[in-house]
Design a protein around this ligand. Structure first.
Ligand code: HEC
Ligand code: HEC
Length: 145
């Protein structure tokens, strides 16, 4: 039983390597949504600090944009460095806004003392604010405009 399972894992790994190599070879010809070569860096202007500029929410339910860089903050199944500043029990000392109550409610509507698993991966909803050209042309207008 054990050996065939191991073999299929090895086969899958070999396939993944081969596919990865093929992808790396063809990367030069891949175009981004903006029509640029994927290897070209897109110039974006970071707007990290609240004092400089804080983007308005485009609609009431929008997760607020992050007004600071998040490059060095690790989020994975074991660690969440955002909580070092934003968890209700740490935020006062860090001068950071506390997570709102919605972040402590689980899928059954139960409130808890610790952040809900549904809200663990912060950057699933919150992204750092930047001035970047739009990916595809669109006619979106913020609420009320
Ligand atoms: C070192 C402390 C610190 C860490 C770590 C940190 N933040 Fe912040 N965060 C702040 C502070 C302070 C503010 C208030 C805005 C400001 O002054 O830049 C803020 C603001 C925000 C806001 C805006 C809230 C609002 O009401 O508009 C969001 C969203 C946010 N952070 C998300 C995150 C996420 C996601 C992470 C992890 C990837 C993170 N933060 C890590 C300190 C931190
Ligand atoms: C499923 C989407 C989602 C996830 C995941 C999520 N948030 Fe939020 N967050 C929101 C929304 C929507 C709001 C604004 C409405 C609200 O407070 O519920 C918000 C509000 C906030 C605010 C402002 C609170 C206030 O009262 O002004 C902060 C700070 C914040 N989130 C940080 C975080 C951090 C840090 C994480 C990760 C631990 C996280 N969020 C995970 C959707 C999310």
């Amino acid at each position: 039983m054990k050996q065939p399972a191991l073999l299929s894992v090895l086969a899958a790994t070999a396939f993944a390597f081969a596919a990865g190599a093929a992808l790396a070879q063809s990367a030069g010809s891949v175009q981004s949504l903006r029509g640029a070569d994927v290897t070209d860096a897109v110039p974006v202007e970071p707007v990290f600090h609240q004092e400089e500029q804080r983007f308005e929410r485009a609609y009431r339910q929008q997760p607020p944009l992050i007004p600071h860089t998040i490059e060095k903050y690790q989020i994975d199944v074991k660690a969440n460095e955002c909580l070092a500043c934003h968890e209700w029990s740490n935020s006062a000392g860090r001068g950071a806004p506390t997570l709102s109550m919605t972040h402590y409610v689980d899928r059954d509507g139960l409130q808890s003392e610790t952040v809900s698993a549904r809200r663990w991966f912060c950057n699933q909803c919150h992204v750092p604010q930047v001035n970047a050209p739009e990916l595809v042309e669109n006619t979106f207008k913020p609420f009320g405009q």
